[in-house]
Write a new protein. Structure first.
Length: 263
């Protein structure tokens, strides 16, 4: 007998959703303030979370991931042998590594440790048994492993983190602005701190934070690192206000003992 039944069509399989990039956040010696900037991103954070799969982030989730990472964010500086080994293991599992925050990019305030004899610092922190506790001079992340992207600042300027993540996910370069904070400060129509009798590091500091501190009534402390070629404006400021270059250098040391690019 002839089979009159129509063949049953198997439903077309829904296209498999592309796996989201696996992203993890790790912290070393830091105050965790840069992580807080991320958790405070608000709606922007929802956009970020929509594009990636956050698999480790101690500040926000308890999950752990044992596979490789597409992107890792590293906060904090390196100050002992264990941290150095841990960082190298993370690097070995990461396609892209982003150092974020002054501690990670330039040593940050932790770098001030390098202004003293190591044993002097150890004794003042750990007391007479200080030799029981491992401690090494502060290193920025690029001084231990290869860094693919840097997000400067103490803390980071969160919108910049989103820009850097977008660049990383597209495989595009991101360059930290190399013009001084003064350029942004002038656009924001702030009264210059020098006119108020305060020494501000804006002429020597990399922009990109939208002159955050000055907008809020403070000086710039140089947390985003030094511009590679300070404008003539910087020399004019030194002579006009009779500043000593040593003063500027000492102020920069607060965040920048482990300068970018120095191995
Ligand atoms: S860069 Fe500043 S805010 Fe970020 S972890 Fe270091 S000390 Fe904290
Ligand atoms: S020196 Fe400081 S306050 Fe003056 S313009 Fe530059 S960033 Fe702004
Ligand atoms: S104004 Fe200066 S100290 Fe403040 S966030 Fe910007 S670079 Fe850092």
């Amino acid at each position: 007998m002839k089979n009159t039944k129509k063949p049953v069509k198997t439903p077309a399989k829904a296209p498999k959703a592309a796996a989201k990039p696996k992203v993890a956040f790790f912290d070393f010696a830091s105050c965790e303030g840069c992580q807080l900037q991320i958790t405070n991103l608000g709606e922007l954070l929802l956009d970020v979370l929509g594009a990636v799969d956050v698999v480790e982030f101690r500040e926000a989730i308890s999950e752990k991931w044992d596979g490789d990472y597409d992107v890792v964010f590293i906060e904090g500086s390196i100050g002992d042998h264990h941290a150095e080994e841990r960082l190298k293991k993370i690097r070995a599992r990461a396609k892209v590594l982003i150092a974020y925050g002054a501690c990670a990019c330039t040593g940050g305030v932790n770098g001030m440790k390098n202004s003293f004899e190591l044993d002097e610092i150890r004794a003042s922190v750990y007391g007479k048994d200080y030799k029981l506790f491992d401690s090494t001079p502060t290193k920025a992340i690029h001084q231990v492993v290869k860094v693919d992207y840097s997000i400067n600042g103490c803390p980071i300027y969160a919108p910049e983190l989103v820009e850097v993540l977008k660049s990383a996910l597209r495989g595009l370069p991101y360059t930290v602005p190399d013009n001084p904070v003064c350029a942004e400060c002038k656009l924001n129509e702030n009264v210059c701190m020098y006119e108020r009798g305060l020494a501000c590091l804006g002429p020597w500091t990399k922009a990109g934070c939208n002159s955050w501190c000055v907008n809020n009534g403070n000086i710039c402390y140089g947390c985003r690192g030094e511009v590679s070629n300070p404008a003539k404006n910087a020399n004019d400021v030194i002579s006009k206000y009779n500043l000593k270059p040593e003063l500027i250098k000492a102020k920069f040391d607060m965040y920048n003992k482990c300068k970018e690019g120095v191995k």
